[in-house]
Design a protein around this ligand. Structure first.
Ligand SMILES: *Cc1c(COP(=O)(O)O)cnc(C)c1O
Length: 460
């Protein structure tokens, strides 16, 4: 077969099936279901496939297209930068205007104690960078035994070997014999699964204190850092009780361990704040970002480094032996600058906080009344519903029925992207979503839950 696609759905599907190895995909299952849906263009909050179907993108791509698909300014920023300087590196005592301006803007937008930005190409690379920053910091502090990073089960921190090790995904660990040494996991603050019967307050404190237990088990002088997503995303939009993060913060402070907030999803407006840490009152030492920083138009990530860490590594450290060819890629930085300026100048974060999120949260909560929904939860513009067989007993459908993936497939066939994490359905729409589109999202979700219930009928 030639590499010139035949510009038909069948031609693209055939090329895809033969040659294109997809991330996180069971290819046998994909081909049994008739192959990939080919997305050819998108506009606002909608994507369109090669058969002309219009799909409301409830996931903003992969949690990233926060400004929607139609921002000409982002396209123009990339084009202008590609004309001027399509590539240069920031190694060897060089820099270029976009990487400098973006590091300034990010420092201004971030909490006051953050004044250094290390750029990467993705969120996974940002978290790999965090591992190295943390280890370097403690070496330079004369405490090289502080090696262990504590993370959480069912966390997602990316898919490089470092990111997957920090993450707490069993399936990823099993296939790759991870985590790498020096990373351990504690249980997550997932109340629907782990804490029925407790008050939210009690459950939050109980799950946070698992960190203290782990620190004491390992020995405080051996623990380097704790990493967590303010709200776990890929694990199923797990929103911790309000008591959770303050207790985590207290424990990190008490034992002097560094706190890394993985804000790859929660930064830049998703929770109605520039950083999710601000929403929860977390005072991190290190912040990972990616995804929404460019609204997904080009790949970019990075680590925001607080003065506590930067002063030690920069002042005492000599060369920090780490970096990527695309650290601070000029076109990606130009798009990030344009994207963050639009968010700031159009007041998008404030609009999410004052208007869009409250409306969305109210509408989303109505899904809890559906007969197969055990819980509907949301915060800012991320949300989840738990599909159950028996609402009262919170009993799940049998695993073999794959209720979640079944619902996901029904959603896409009915013009809505809603993602399945097991039997938890999740959304994270573009921040620019309008009220009428929120109505459409919730109405479609309800209808698809009806269809899912009917298709599961025999299993009930
Ligand atoms: C997506 C994600 C990552 C990984 O980012 P990539 O750009 O896919 O490498 C890391 N952390 C969180 C919280 C994420 O959601």
């Amino acid at each position: 077969m030639t590499d010139s696609a035949s510009n038909t759905t069948a031609g693209w599907k055939e090329g895809d099936r033969r040659h294109h190895w997809h991330p996180f995909t069971d290819h046998k299952d994909l081909s049994e279901k008739g192959g990939s849906r080919i997305i050819t263009w998108a506009e606002g909050v909608y994507s369109y496939d090669s058969d002309g179907n219009k799909i409301l993108d409830g996931m903003a791509g992969l949690w990233c297209v926060n400004l929607g698909y139609s921002r000409q300014e982002l396209v123009d920023a990339a084009a202008a930068q590609m004309q001027e300087l399509p590539y240069y590196n920031n190694f060897f005592q060089c820099a270029h205007p976009p990487s400098i301006e973006l590091s300034q803007l990010l420092s201004n937008l971030s909490p006051g104690n953050f004044n250094q930005v290390f750029f990467t190409g993705s969120g996974s690379e940002a978290n790999d960078t965090q591992i190295r920053l943390v280890r370097r910091y403690w070496d330079l502090m004369g405490q090289p035994d502080r090696m262990t990073i504590i993370a959480r089960k069912n966390a997602y921190h990316g898919s490089t070997l470092g990111g997957a090790s920090l993450g707490g995904m069993d399936a990823m660990h099993k296939q790759m014999r991870l985590p790498v040494p020096g990373i351990v996991h504690i249980e997550q603050p997932y109340q629907f699964e782990l804490g029925p019967g407790l008050s939210a307050e009690e459950f939050g404190l109980q799950q946070a204190r698992l960190l203290e237990e782990k620190i004491l088990e390992i020995g405080a002088d051996k623990v380097a850092a704790f990493i967590g997503e303010p709200v776990q995303g890929a694990g199923g939009v797990i929103i911790p009780p309000e008591s959770y993060w303050p207790e985590i913060q207290r424990i990190c402070d008490e034992y002097g361990i560094l706190l890394i907030a993985d804000e790859v999803i929660t930064a830049f407006g998703r929770l109605g704040e520039w950083f999710g840490s601000s929403y929860f009152g977390i005072r991190p030492d290190l912040i990972s970002f990616a995804k929404g920083v460019t609204s997904g138009y080009l790949p970019l990530g990075g680590a925001l480094v607080s003065d506590r860490v930067a002063e030690v590594i920069i002042a005492k450290g000599g060369e920090f032996a780490h970096g990527y060819t695309y650290s601070g890629h000029p076109a990606a930085c130009a798009v990030a600058l344009a994207s963050l300026r639009i968010m700031r100048d159009e007041g998008i974060v404030e609009r999410v906080k004052d208007h869009t999120a409250p409306y969305f949260n109210k509408r989303w909560a109505s899904l809890a009344e559906h007969p197969i929904v055990g819980e509907a939860r949301s915060l800012g513009l991320v949300a989840a519903i738990e599909i159950v067989r028996d609402k009262g007993k919170r009993e799940r459908f049998h695993k073999s029925l794959a209720a979640g993936p079944r619902c996901r497939d029904i959603c896409v066939d009915n013009g809505l992207v809603m993602r399945a994490v097991g039997d938890t359905m999740i959304v994270s729409p573009p921040l620019i979503i309008e009220d009428s589109q929120i109505d459409e999202l919730v109405e479609k979700a309800w209808k698809c839950l009806d269809l899912t219930a009917r298709s599961l009928g025999e299993g009930r």
